[in-house]
Design a protein around this ligand. Structure first.
Ligand SMILES: Nc1ncnc2c1ncn2[C@@H]1O[C@H](COP(=O)(O)OP(=O)(O)OP(=O)(O)O)[C@@H](O)[C@H]1O
Length: 278
């Protein structure tokens, strides 16, 4: 894992399944994601960062739900609109499941569109016993797990889960991340989360966003080594938790790169851009 891609992009796995190439997304002319280039491969890639740093925007772009203002999103085997097979599964922050249908019927509806086995998908997230419950009878946590089952149905190459653990108790959180990790056996699973302990336990790669830019990206273990920290919480504090507004790259000028980077790009390492302000 962890090799610098062509043209300055960043690869966090050898099997690249989706790439953001110089992606900017602006609202009202103000960029909320600014010139982001990275690629994701099989395994779990966690996207972390403060509130408003652009995590949901990044995930929406990867899922094809948000259009880039500039740059491009690419998939290994065509985009979600360019082939009949499902390329991307997506759990948005709010899932509008329709009341009146059971969990199995709900997934059956999605399976008719994208294929897959509703019973198997429910079992994978630990909802096998709740298959005949109507969605309005499910707890918030169970609905979230149903959302994960929906996103992984049809074996998409890229699974995008926006805060799958939000509102869940500790056991459900663990279950949600375990389901994500299982899906990551052969798909690129991209998960945004504020649960740094679970990210630490389950993520193969980490993207730290700060103010719409990538503050750090790469294989988890490598990033911890490079920053001399023990866990993802330490990494977060090191690159996203700065209280001052003068970050290294800003001091060097826009687009500048700071110290604390990965080693020589030619040795297969991941380049870790410096933190930059907007
Ligand atoms: N549709 C929109 N219109 C205008 N501004 C938006 C829109 N979507 C997001 N933003 C702004 O973009 C910025 C990034 O939002 P985003 O939801 O991507 O952040 P986030 O890191 O996921 O935040 P959180 O951790 O709170 O969920 C925020 O300032 C937000 O207000």
């Amino acid at each position: 894992m962890g090799r610098r891609g062509d043209g300055g992009g960043i690869r966090v796995s050898d099997r690249t399944l989706a790439t953001l190439d110089g992606v900017t997304r602006a609202y009202g002319g103000v960029p909320v994601l600014d010139g982001v280039s990275l690629s994701v491969g099989a395994g779990v890639t966690a996207v972390v960062g403060p509130n408003g740093s652009g995590k949901s925007t990044l995930l929406g772009l990867l899922a094809g739900a948000v259009e880039p203002t500039a740059g491009a999103v690419r998939y290994a085997e065509g985009g979600p609109r360019s082939r009949s097979e499902r390329c991307v599964g997506y759990l948005p922050q709010r899932v509008p499941f329709r009341d009146g249908f059971t969990a199995r019927e709900t997934l059956g509806f999605y399976a008719a569109l994208v294929g897959g086995d509703p019973g198997g998908a429910l079992a994978d997230v630990g909802l096998g016993d709740a298959a005949e419950k109507r969605v309005e009878e499910l707890s918030g946590g169970m609905r979230r797990l149903l959302g994960i089952a929906q996103a992984t149905l049809g074996d998409p190459a890229v699974v995008v889960l926006d805060e799958p653990t939000s509102g869940l108790d500790p056991e459900m959180r663990e279950r949600a991340f375990r389901a994500a990790a299982r899906a990551g056996d052969d798909a690129a699973v991209v998960v945004s989360s504020h649960d740094l302990d679970l990210v630490d336990a389950h993520a193969d790669a980490v993207v730290v966003l700060r103010r719409g830019r990538v503050a750090a990206v790469g294989a988890r273990d490598r990033l911890l080594d490079e920053h001399g920290v023990d866990d993802v919480a330490g990494l977060y504090r090191a690159v996203a938790g700065r209280s001052d507004d003068r970050a290294p790259a800003a001091a060097e000028g826009e687009g500048g790169r700071s110290g604390g980077e990965a080693g020589d790009p030619d040795d297969g390492s991941v380049h870790v851009p410096g933190v930059s302000d907007r």
